[in-house]
Design a protein around this ligand. Structure first.
Ligand code: GLY
Length: 286
């Protein structure tokens, strides 16, 4: 039996100090939900999906309810989920659904495809029984104000990586993308290998930050590959962010979990909302 581990993030950027408590609570809730599943013999897949859904529902992060608005003032969401046997599902530029991580899982489990986008993703969600939600209910006052003031800073993508008692792993990522993005823009988060990756030969990763930079270095696949040559997951995560900075000048962060449970977290922004849970300890940090 393995020891269960869950690592989560809620974005790497300059988190306003008045939002620290809400971010920490959002992370702690996600860790509690995911770790309860893992401790009760649940799967890494369920732990990652439910931990991310909790952050999507919190209204705190750039994911699900309260995600950033695009240039038309709408919420368009991207998400992916990937198991360590390389099964994966993703949705991009989906509107009017608050839990794209669960729709991504449904893509993985019920279709021969890995990524559905836009209207097609929405039609698939409807046919699969997910409830549509009015756009106005997706938009938080905080994000409406930021949109009105044309503020474009911030990367509050959420993600999780888990190792379950049976040695299976899963990684997931969910985001509203970047503030003021062009309608139809898709970042790294739903792209397998860029915003997330998972492989039982190495480990799992989830990224947050400037998607156009992360996709250029396939950041999460790169981080998992570094696990083969670095002594610790921390060094592998740090090397990935160093590569990101050197080759793209991009900003953001990454969580990385080696197949034996070793954790790595690195970022080159002022803050990163991040946390982990093991049998011994649960910690959420900004
Ligand atoms: N990393 C999230 C995005 O750029 O869309």
């Amino acid at each position: 039996m393995n020891k269960p581990v869950l690592v989560v993030h809620g974005g790497a950027w300059v988190v306003p100090s008045e939002e620290f408590d809400a971010h920490k609570k959002g992370l702690q809730d996600a860790l509690e939900i995911g770790m309860a599943i893992l401790k009760n013999n649940g799967s890494a897949l369920d732990a990652v999906e439910k931990a991310i859904a909790s952050m999507e529902n919190s209204g705190v992060f750039d994911a699900g309810i309260g995600a950033v608005l695009n240039d038309q003032g709408d919420v368009e969401l991207d998400a992916q989920i990937m198991k360590s046997n390389l099964e994966a599902g993703a949705v991009a530029a989906i509107r009017n659904y608050k839990n794209p991580i669960s729709i991504a899982r449904k893509v993985m489990e019920t279709t021969p495809h890995s990524l559905l986008v836009g209207d097609g993703a929405g039609e698939f969600a409807k046919k699969s029984g997910f409830s549509k939600i009015d756009m106005q209910r997706m938009i938080s006052k905080k994000e409406f104000d930021r949109f009105s003031q044309k503020k474009d800073e911030g990367f509050g993508t959420v993600g999780a990586v888990a190792l379950d008692l049976f040695g299976n792993m899963c990684a997931g990522t969910s985001t509203g993308g970047t503030r003021g993005k062009l309608h139809g823009r898709v970042g790294d988060s739903p792209l397998i290998g860029a915003g997330g990756y998972c492989d039982f030969e190495t480990g799992g990763a989830s990224a947050t930050g400037h998607g156009e930079s992360f996709m250029k270095i396939l950041a999460c696949k790169t981080a998992c590959d570094y696990l083969k040559i670095e002594k610790t997951a921390q060094l592998a995560a740090e090397n990935t962010i160093a590569l990101l900075e050197r080759r793209t000048s991009g900003k953001g962060g990454i969580i990385l979990l080696r197949k034996d449970g070793d954790i790595g977290i690195a970022f080159n922004t002022k803050n990163m909302a991040r946390g982990f849970a093991t049998n011994e300890k649960t910690e959420a940090m900004i």
